[in-house]
Design a protein around this ligand. Structure first.
Ligand code: B4P
Length: 195
């Protein structure tokens, strides 16, 4: 299996690049943001709870997100690999993910970290907010709170994988195709090893 993490602050292009990566490399996409939004639109108790945090730009509690991931992994036993988008966002989530994967005799191959300056992130998210209908993209205060959450709780996840020599940084500014090219250069050798 080939398991990748696509990492970066809110608006760095994780969702955008994931779509291209799954097309080329045939991995199963797991986005905790998408999973949470579908719980919210279905009006489930989990969705109602998650919405309170998302509306304030805060992370949803670890146990909620880890439970969701565990279920998706169990429901996709035949996958050739996973791309984790927006997960893990805390070191506790990273430790839980390592455990879940080791139960399946597999592991994370690499964490690809997209680097984008803060002002560019805010510009992108405000622009998406004009059309996405996402409450968390609609105002700058919430966007800044999300970036602060990233600095306080998520940035350390990169250090966790760096210790295991699995961190690769990629410039996340430029055209979507250029950035996809840089990511593909890192993924292709790993995919070839598995053939
Ligand atoms: P997510 O859904 O993961 O959202 P995100 O980080 O805001 O977006 P992403 O990074 O994927 O967006 P993209 O850059 O592709 O999370 C939403 C919320 O859910 C979190 O704030 C949190 O509350 C909760 N949550 C999710 N996972 C969680 C977890 N594991 N633990 C706890 N809570 C969790 O797109 C942004 C915009 O930029 C788009 O409009 C795109 O078109 C544009 N763009 C992309 N690349 C570009 C480029 N190269 N140039 C110009 N624009 C570009």
């Amino acid at each position: 299996m080939l398991n990748l993490i696509l990492f970066g602050p809110p608006g760095s292009g994780k969702g955008t690049q994931s779509k291209l990566i799954i097309e080329r490399f045939g991995l199963r996409h797991i986005s905790t943001g998408d999973l949470l939004r579908s719980e919210i639109s279905a009006g489930t108790p989990l969705g109602k709870e998650a919405q309170k945090f998302i509306n304030k730009g805060q992370l949803v509690p670890d146990e909620v997100v880890i439970g969701m991931i565990s279920e998706v992994l169990d429901n996709n036993t035949g996958a050739s690999g996973f791309i984790f988008d927006g997960f893990p966002r805390t070191v506790a989530q990273a430790v839980a993910l390592d455990k879940l994967l080791s139960l399946k005799n597999t592991s994370i191959a690499v964490l690809l970290a997209l680097e984008v300056p803060e002002e560019e992130l805010i510009k992108r998210l405000l622009k998406r907010g004009e059309t996405s209908g996402r409450s968390d993209d609609a105002n700058e205060e919430v966007i800044r709170a999300r970036i602060q959450e990233y600095r306080d709780k998520t940035a350390t996840v990169a250090a966790y994988y760096d210790k295991a020599k699995k961190l690769r940084t990629v410039k996340g500014e430029g055209s979507i195709e250029e950035i996809f090219g840089l990511l593909s250069d890192k993924i292709t050798p790993l995919a070839e090893k598995l053939i």
